[in-house]
Write a protein that binds this ligand. Structure first.
Ligand SMILES: NC(=O)c1ccc[n+]([C@@H]2O[C@H](COP(=O)([O-])OP(=O)(O)OC[C@H]3O[C@@H](n4cnc5c(N)ncnc54)[C@H](O)[C@@H]3O)[C@@H](O)[C@H]2O)c1
Ligand SMILES: [Zn+2]
Ligand SMILES: [Zn+2]
Length: 366
């Protein structure tokens, strides 16, 4: 029997999200239905509502959730009713060159299921019976979601589900960018542009990795205060050219800089700021038409690197438990990341607060 479920839907670009009653079909082969307990509101969800991430509406939002399995489809052996799970928004075909080498975030097939389940179909319909797309194979900003087992990771039931949800995007993206993409070494210096849900996790990842100096840059004072709590040793208010200040603070420029806003201009600033041999990592997702520029001669003469990081270059089934182990061990701050909890009916407010920069992370709890 299909389940009735409230869901947060983008109906029309550049309009507030709406909360609708939808129906969610039971799982088919290789799928699982999850009763969602909590779902974080990520800037990428907001970006899907304004065309920065171009996905066609109508679309059920949400890709950072945790919940409990309530029904398993045919052939599912790794999950059972009652298991606690976190959603994972990457498509893994399991067979391409990148899946084979253990880099599923680069799966060549990922374009196939941007708004559907991996097989191209949907289990979600609106009240009129029309199909509703799902953000990145997830669409988990809803009371129930039927998704493929490849978009789930089983977790330790001791972790509270609202905290666990954050591992589905912000934490793994930020900490993973430090651990997996940049491989930050102890004693190094790090600059972080943008201290939202993702940037704060880059900051705490750098702290855990043993970075000596962590400089946070944001336009908002409140974010800089949060950045200090997560491990920033220095803060800079964005505005005037930060390159000079960063070079001075770090004695020649940081070893690593992370762009966590989504702007080609900031990516160029991050690249400019790093020292010789340094690494600039773009984590933010800019508009499709945006571009960036580097002074070409700095590439050979200064051996600088500009790269990107998608979902913290993670392998979900390896990295999610790793992040949660850091939380359970007291090293990773998750309690402090949630600055506001919302009911699903308050979802439009949660998006407005994200846009206004009010939260470290806002989380919808069910
Ligand atoms: N690469 C990935 O896999 C991945 C995953 C998740 C999110 N993202 C992207 O990361 C970015 C950040 O996401 P989030 O959820 O942390 O967003 P957020 O809105 O919570 O945080 C963005 C922060 O950037 C700050 N900011 C804005 N303009 C700035 C500027 N010019 N200089 C310095 N700071 C500035 C804001 O004040 C805010 O604190 C978004 O572009 C999002 O789409 C990427
Ligand atoms: Zn996200
Ligand atoms: Zn693949």
């Amino acid at each position: 029997m299909p389940r009735k479920s409230k869901a947060v839907v983008c109906r029309e670009l550049n309009k507030p999200v709406v909360v609708e009653e939808i129906s969610v079909e039971p799982p088919r082969r290789g799928e699982v239905t999850v009763k969602i307990a909590a779902c974080g509101v990520c800037h990428s969800d907001l970006s899907a509502t304004n065309g920065t991430i171009p996905l066609p509406p109508p679309l059920i939002l949400g890709h950072e959730a945790a919940g409990e399995v309530v029904e398993v489809g045919e052939g599912v052996t790794a999950y059972a009713k009652g298991d606690h799970v976190v959603s994972s928004f990457i498509y893994m075909c399991g067979e391409c060159r990148f899946c084979s080498m253990g880099r599923p975030v680069l799966c060549t097939e990922q374009g196939k299921a941007l708004t559907t389940l991996p097989d191209g179909t949907l289990r979600t319909k609106d009240a009129a019976g029309n199909p509703l797309g799902i953000f990145s194979g997830c669409g988990v900003m809803a009371e129930y979601a039927t998704i493929h087992v490849d978009n789930l990771v089983k977790i330790d039931p001791k972790v509270p589900l609202d905290r666990a949800a954050l591992v589905g995007c912000a934490v793994t993206t930020g900490v993973g960018a430090v651990f997996n993409t940049a491989k930050v070494v102890p004693g190094s210096s790090v600059a972080v542009f943008g201290c939202g849900g993702v940037g704060l996790n880059v900051i705490q990842g750098a702290r855990i990795a043993g970075a000596g100096r962590i400089v946070a840059i944001d336009t908002m004072d409140a974010k800089l205060e949060m950045a200090r709590k997560f491990g920033a040793t220095d803060v800079l208010k964005a505005g005037e050219d930060p390159v000079k200040a960063l070079k001075k603070l770090t004695g020649g420029g940081p070893d690593y800089a992370f762009e966590c806003v989504g702007s080609g201009e900031l990516a160029a600033t991050a690249y400019k700021a790093i020292r010789r041999g340094g690494l600039a990592v773009v984590v933010g997702v800019a508009k499709p038409g945006d571009s960036t520029a580097v002074r070409t001669m700095t590439l050979p003469f200064e051996e600088k690197t500009l790269t990107g990081s998608y979902f913290g270059s993670c392998v979900p089934r390896i990295d999610f438990p790793r992040m949660l182990a850091l939380y359970m061990g007291g090293q990773l701050k998750l309690d402090e990341l949630i600055t506001q909890r919302y009911s699903i009916d308050e979802a439009p407010q949660a998006f407005a607060d994200l846009e206004a920069g009010k939260n470290a992370r806002g989380v919808i709890v069910f």
